[in-house]
Design a protein around this ligand. Structure first.
Ligand code: PLP
Length: 372
């Protein structure tokens, strides 16, 4: 019986063990563990990789979004538009600023914010749009940016699943006013702990972000900027991420190759495969997400066969118990609600072997035969 885990970070760590050990030892020996040379160097290297002027390391991807909103002056009384199908981090970040999240349903093919539905959700209180490049597929930034500009809205990219993805040749995170990244261990570029980054071309915004991550300090122990908190990237994570960054493009190529293999071996199967990117768009397959009407039965069957899967995400944000007071109801966002019932994430990582992937596809096929 195959035993194919949904994810296996030990494989990546093993492939870089020497470099990671050296990076960790450098930090341990330095005696400096928070906001030091490694963080500044990683900020510079990540900014250069993306082609953006400023990068500010923070504690995680959720706070990257929260601080980006605060740095743009967004708070109580404001509305921020985002999607209901990308989990809760962006929604939590919006609420933490005091602003109100407003949802717009997603496109049926890309699973990303549907530009055709955006304008209807804009009110006089709307200040920003927060699209997510979900599963690693770039959101439709050209139409979204055009609408945002026409209405004077900020556009903040949630790039937690799209490190290295390019839209019209430019890296995601560099097209909107601000890009927010997470380095949670399973992301396409992941630390061995928590980490995040905010990137922008705007020097003033970058300066405010550097203050907000240390209590709004204008200088040490003098707080001037409201909305600050403690949100720092640590030296150990920065050093490990510096060792990993040169491998990101290769890992993304390996993910695309595995998506091609899945497309080949799952052709003709009853599950709906992820739509490939349109011209000018990109997909870095943070997750390989198929749709299946008998999703729960398929997941249980695969589990019996020793194949790990996951669901991203089983409950849309607007139906989460904690957000009930926002006033949304079942039926408000039919595409996101259907996806919550049907999406299934299959194993997808750069180290996944062709034989393992074929075993996953064979099990999907066997499930269908068993059911027919
Ligand atoms: C992971 C993730 C985040 C949050 O990142 P953390 O580092 O876990 O706080 C935000 N948005 C999306 C789409 C994510 O996948």
């Amino acid at each position: 019986m195959p035993d194919i885990p949904f994810g296996d970070l030990k494989r990546q760590t093993a492939s870089l063990r020497g470099e990671l050990d050296a990076a960790a030892a450098r930090v341990l020996d330095s005696g400096w563990y928070i906001l030091g040379h490694e963080v500044s160097a990683f900020e510079e290297e990540f900014a250069a990789y993306l082609g953006v002027s400023h990068a500010v390391g923070v504690a995680n991807g959720t706070e990257a979004i929260q601080l980006a909103l605060v740095a743009l002056g967004i708070g109580a009384g404001d509305e921020v538009i985002t999607v209901p199908n990308a989990g809760v981090p962006g929604v939590a970040a919006i609420l933490l600023t005091g602003a109100r999240p407003v949802f717009v349903d997603v496109d049926t093919a890309s699973y990303n914010l549907d530009p055709a539905r955006l304008e209807a959700a804009i009110t006089p209180r709307t200040r920003a749009v927060l699209p997510v490049h979900l599963y690693g597929r770039t959101a439709a930034l050209d139409p979204l940016l055009e609408i945002a500009r026409r209405h004077g809205l900020h556009l903040i990219e949630d790039c937690a699943q799209s490190h290295g993805a390019r839209y019209g040749g430019k890296a995601t995170g560099t097209l909107g006013e601000v890009g927010c990244f997470s380095f949670y261990p399973t992301k396409n570029l992941g630390a061995c702990g928590d980490g995040g980054m905010v990137v922008t071309q705007d020097a003033g915004l970058a300066q405010r972000l550097r203050q907000l991550r240390v209590y709004g300090w204008s200088r040490k122990y003098r707080s001037e900027l409201p909305g600050g908190t403690n949100s720092r990237l640590d030296e150990l994570q920065a050093a490990l991420l510096r060792a990993k960054l040169p491998h990101l493009d290769g890992w993304n190529r390996a993910r695309r190759e595995r998506a091609d293999w899945y497309r080949e071996v799952l052709a003709g199967s009853a599950v709906v495969l992820p739509a490939g990117p349109d011209a000018g768009e990109d997909h870095v397959y943070h997750l390989y997400v198929v749709c299946c009407e008998q999703r729960d039965a398929l997941q249980a069957y695969l589990r019996e066969q020793g194949i790990g899967t996951d669901v991203h995400f089983p409950l849309p944000a607007h139906l989460q118990p904690v957000y009930r007071s926002l006033g949304y109801l079942e039926g408000d966002f039919p595409v996101s609600e259907r996806l919550a019932r049907q999406v299934l994430s299959l194993p997808m990582y750069p180290e996944l072997l062709r034989a393992e992937l074929e075993a996953v596809a064979a099990a999907v096929g066997a499930f269908q035969e068993q059911g027919s």
